[in-house]
Design a protein around this ligand. Structure first.
Ligand code: SAM
Ligand code: SF4
Length: 419
């Protein structure tokens, strides 16, 4: 979501005559688009801000702006702490960036913007094959650990017509894959609901694949599972954050589902979409998490066998309920639990990837290998990265490959006979 917000900022700046540079010390404007979901991201930002101060000293005309969730949370404090910052704007105020550049507004823009869903901003997309598309803004869930509802405001869905128009235009420009974005994308509701939106987008000619993140388990309806199974362009992958395998912890997190309910949804997904890959988020060391609760999470990983997980140490965020709960866990214990979670999942991921050896998979080629330019990379419909030996095939092409090796983080493939 932040990457796409940055693309929108680039789109606005381009209209104002700016061009992107990868060399920060020669820039006229540096914008930090920040994340505050965990403390680590915040610390990183403050150390980068210090570097920008040095750039500005050598180039006094340079303007420095801070955007995103830290901007929303800290507001004017940022300018107080770092007077060399000239503009602070939150995720609901990206549209005012143009006014700032032309000197038409004050130094902060942090207001709630109820019209944000109507504001179609020009995005300058970095990728030529896959595009992010906003479906909704904000979140109403108030999970007790999470800062998002405080920084991104209440849930608002974009009109389906606007989303459809954007996706049609992307398909006309040659984009093959879109990823629909929302903090809780399956609670999308405008004149249609999320399955209805998927059905509209599935008919867009030229588009090959539709993905979406992130789905909240509570809002994963039977109707959505049926639509995923029916619609040919909707990929066989869902990111469905579980967070914990313990019902006691899920209740403290205010997640709105039990572990058993979550498992039921996984069974329905696997029943309707047999090859679906399911990934998840896990938080280790939530306040009050006992060894038994932690073991329930490990058991959940072994029972569900996710294709991949993102696991995080609980990070107390200012203003959230969990940050002031009793029984905050010491960092050492949380780190140990996180390592155990990752170790178990690594084995499961590798085992699942190895089980794909010898199968044929459709991949959408999206570029050259990051570490090896003699390789091409693509993703399966189930969102697994595949590398193949270099071949003269254009980015954006769909090809079938045979998987010859399943590794920890990716698969190795080769062009199948006949390609
Ligand atoms: N909206 C999505 C959902 O409901 O799952 C996820 C949004 S959140 C920005 C991404 C992930 O960050 C969450 O699923 C959670 O695992 C993690 N996260 C959020 N707040 C956290 C915190 N305070 N400490 C550790 N992890 C956190
Ligand atoms: Fe945060 Fe996601 Fe919960 Fe919303 S649903 S409060 S974004 S974790």
């Amino acid at each position: 979501m932040n990457v796409h917000d940055s693309e929108k900022m680039l789109g606005i700046l381009e209209q104002q005559g700016y061009a992107e540079t990868r060399v920060p010390h020669i820039a006229d404007l540096i914008i930090f688009n920040t994340c505050s979901v965990r403390q680590k991201a915040e610390q990183k930002f403050y150390s980068e801000l210090g570097r920008a101060k040095a750039f500005k000293k050598k180039r006094p005309g340079m303007q420095i702006a801070v955007a995103g969730c830290i901007a929303q949370q800290e507001g004017e404090n940022i300018i107080r702490k770092a007077p060399y910052v000239s503009f602070v704007f939150g995720p609901q105020n990206i549209h005012v960036l143009g006014n700032f550049i032309s000197g038409r507004i004050a130094a902060t823009a942090l207001e709630e913007n109820p019209e944000v869903e109507q504001t179609d901003l020009p995005a300058k997309r970095a990728h030529g094959v896959q595009a992010w598309v906003t479906t909704m803004y904000g979140c109403n869930n108030f999970c007790s650990f999470c800062i998002v509802p405080y920084t991104r405001g209440r849930e608002r869905s974009r009109p389906a017509e606007n989303i459809l128009a954007e996706v049609r235009e992307l398909a006309e420009r040659g984009y093959k894959e879109i990823t629909l974005l929302g903090q809780n994308v399956n609670s999308y509701r405008s004149d249609t609901n999320f399955p209805g939106l998927l059905r509209m987008l599935d008919r867009v000619g030229g588009l090959e694949r539709i993905r979406f993140v992130t789905s909240h388990p509570r809002d994963l309806s039977d109707e959505l599972i049926v639509a995923m199974g029916d619609l040919p362009k909707v990929c066989e992958h869902i990111h469905l954050p579980l967070q914990s395998g313990s019902n006691k912890i899920l209740r403290l997190m205010n997640r709105g589902y039990s572990f058993e309910e979550y498992v039921q949804k996984v069974l329905k997904l696997r029943d309707r979409i047999p090859d679906i890959s399911i990934t998840t988020d896990i938080i280790a060391g939530f306040p009050g998490e006992t060894e038994d609760d932690h073991i329930l999470t490990i058991d959940a990983l072994e029972r569900i066998e996710f294709d991949g997980i993102f696991a995080f140490k609980f990070s107390p965020r200012p203003g959230t309920k969990a940050s002031v709960m009793e029984n905050q866990l010491p960092d050492g214990l949380t780190s140990t639990r996180l390592s155990q979670i990752l170790e178990i999942q690594d084995k499961i991921t590798e085992r699942k990837n190895r089980s794909l050896e010898g199968t044929f998979q459709e991949i959408l080629l999206d570029g050259q290998g990051e570490t090896d330019e003699k390789k091409l990379t693509g993703r399966t419909r189930t969102n697994k990265i595949v590398t193949i030996p270099w071949s003269d095939i254009a980015k954006g092409t769909l090809i079938f490959v045979e998987i010859i090796k399943g590794k920890q983080h990716s698969l190795e493939g080769r062009l199948s006979v006949g390609d």
